[in-house]
Design a protein around this ligand. Sequence first.
Ligand SMILES: [Zn+2]
Length: 291
Amino acid sequence: MYLCALFNVCCLLLLVACYSCDSLVNYIGFVKNLPLPITNKFAYLGSTLSNSVSIDDEINNRIAKASAAFGRLRKTVWNRRGITLETKMKVYRAVVLPTLLYGCETWTVYSRHARKLNHFHTTRLRSIMNIKWHQRIPDTAVLTRAMTTSIHTMLMKHQARWAGHIVRMEDDRIPKRLFYGELSEGKRSQGGQKKRYKDSLKVSLKTLQIDTSTWENAAMDRSKWRSGLSIGATAAEKRRMAEAEEKRCKRKDFTTSNPPNTPLHMCPICKRLFQARIGLISHRRTHRNLT
Ligand SMILES: [Zn+2]
């Protein structure tokens, strides 16, 4: 119900935005004899809608709200010694995560958004488990210890589940009409195009190892779709973990084979040592100036 309304208002907002560009009207109507001004963003049913069609404001807003929800439980839950980690995680999953990801099914997520949300997620988990930065525990270990997944996987799963709901809807429902709707006119802008909901969904489905050409048929069977998503999400999270681990190992190998304190490059003129080649190159310019 809420999502239908959200889609509705999105369309309305876009209309208002277009209207406001063409004319010098700075209010759209009156409420109790007071002018209703045109704004670039406003909150509707808890979500921030913006005329830039980007979710930057919404992400910041969600993080602020989830942060407040987390802070309110600090004394009573997170810092309490008698409560097990399992119970704390149950509270986190019931209170903080829904606040953070409220309405995320409809977002067109760029990687910067997912990274920002995931950073919030992992720092709060560290705080719950009292892990300090100097202990040097990687995010993958934090997630495993907390028995949860990264925000990236959660977002993909939520989005794919919502897409399944849309596909199973009656054809005249607004979300479905909007989902399959296309612009009848307008031109592509120079350079990169803005990401569409479809693009975001396609990436999610691919990562969840669902065939993007036949996914609509697969989604018609609700229980099958649901279990398919769970399996895909588990596999995606495992791959993510393995990739992160591999990246970390590579980085570690590099730092051990090239300890930061061993200079590698020597100036042939004054025998001065440099860690990086670029340092030597810029240094040799000083000799050129002298001659
Ligand atoms: Zn030199």
